[in-house]
Design a protein around this ligand. Structure first.
Ligand code: MN
Length: 326
């Protein structure tokens, strides 16, 4: 008998699952122009699907709920701050409309016009309170501005008051680091995006954002962009080279409490086991990164990585359900 690998034993929630707002295609040109027509056509169909194509893929992988977010860079790719505000509203209204058609299967993270902390705050509040979105997903910096800057305390305060998480998703560095010169294969998703997003998260940590807003939850994808595996070194070297910066806790202690992670795009059992050991079983959540990664492969990976049933249930859905109040 031809036994299919087990993919849907454990019910799952996935939280880095992308869609395309109609009219937003041009924001993604920097990476879509590198794709063949066949691949681009498939991705476009999947990004634009909120019905059979997407739901059947979720069914095959045992995913009960996908939390949707606009694919990168979205609003963070908009250079006009005023336009960013109206585009974010348009995208969030569109998303809420799609979620409303399948409220049992879909949920959403808002896009935010981070160019202005005050505007981002207002849109987040509208998205959460009026549209029922579960938090926000932001594709990194806005024109080279990072959110550890004091002006963003207003935004973090708003986020903490609403008690919703921010998913910090990667995109291109503002200026391509010299080390990538002559190596375009390294500056994008293969390596550079993770360095960029991981560094941004560390700016928030070492910039004291979590000391000022201790209940904040920041979600990092791609197995925490590799950061969980360096917790020990952050403590060891910061103790020697603090440059006068003071934190209330050891750097490692913000992981698992303020910083939580998803497995999106890293289907490696040894990495998952190590990430759970570093972060705690309540700080690691299943995700796919649809449609850039295979839902079936991600499901097979999470079902077959050795762990006890309770841990698997927490990683597959329990932690997400608690964090997003689903
Ligand atoms: Mn992604």
């Amino acid at each position: 008998m031809n036994q299919k690998p087990n993919m849907n034993k454990t019910r799952k929630i996935a939280l880095e699952e992308h869609f395309m707002t109609p009219g937003f295609e041009h924001y993604s040109q920097a990476f879509t122009k590198l794709m063949s027509k066949g691949v681009l056509d498939r991705l476009s169909a999947e990004l634009s699907s909120f019905d059979e194509l997407r739901l059947q893929t979720m069914d095959r992988a045992g995913i009960d709920i996908s939390v949707l977010s606009q694919t990168g860079p979205g609003i963070q790719g908009e250079t006009n701050p005023a336009l960013a505000i109206s585009c974010a509203q348009q995208s969030n209204d569109f998303l809420a409309g799609q979620v409303a058609r399948h409220p049992e299967r879909l949920a959403g993270f808002a896009s935010l016009p981070m160019h202005s902390p005050e505007a981002a705050c207002r849109e987040l509040e509208r998205a959460v309170k009026q549209l029922g979105l579960k938090g926000a997903l932001v594709n990194g910096h806005s024109g080279g501005v990072y959110y550890d800057e004091p002006a963003y305390d207003e935004f973090w305060e708003c986020m903490q008051a609403l008690d919703v998480p921010l998913y910090l998703h990667p995109y291109d560095a503002y200026i391509t680091p010299h080390v990538f010169s002559g190596h375009p294969e390294l500056s994008g998703a293969t390596w550079g995006w993770g360095v960029e997003a991981g560094s941004h998260a560390l700016r928030l940590l070492f910039g004291g954002v979590f000391d000022r807003f201790p209940n904040l939850k920041l979600i990092l994808g791609h197995m925490g962009e590799g950061l969980p595996f360096l917790r020990w070194r952050f403590d060891s070297r910061f103790a020697v080279y603090s440059h006068g910066i003071k934190l209330k806790k050891a750097p490692s202690e913000y992981f698992g409490s303020n910083i939580v992670i998803t497995t999106s795009g890293v289907c490696s059992p040894p990495s998952l086991i190590a990430a759970i050991a570093e972060m705690g079983a309540d700080a690691v959540m299943f995700s796919v990164d649809y449609p850039y990664e295979s839902s079936e492969l991600a499901a097979e990976f999470i079902e077959n990585t050795p762990m006890d049933d309770k841990t698997r249930q927490m990683v597959c859905s329990g932690n997400a359900r608690r964090l997003l109040k689903l």
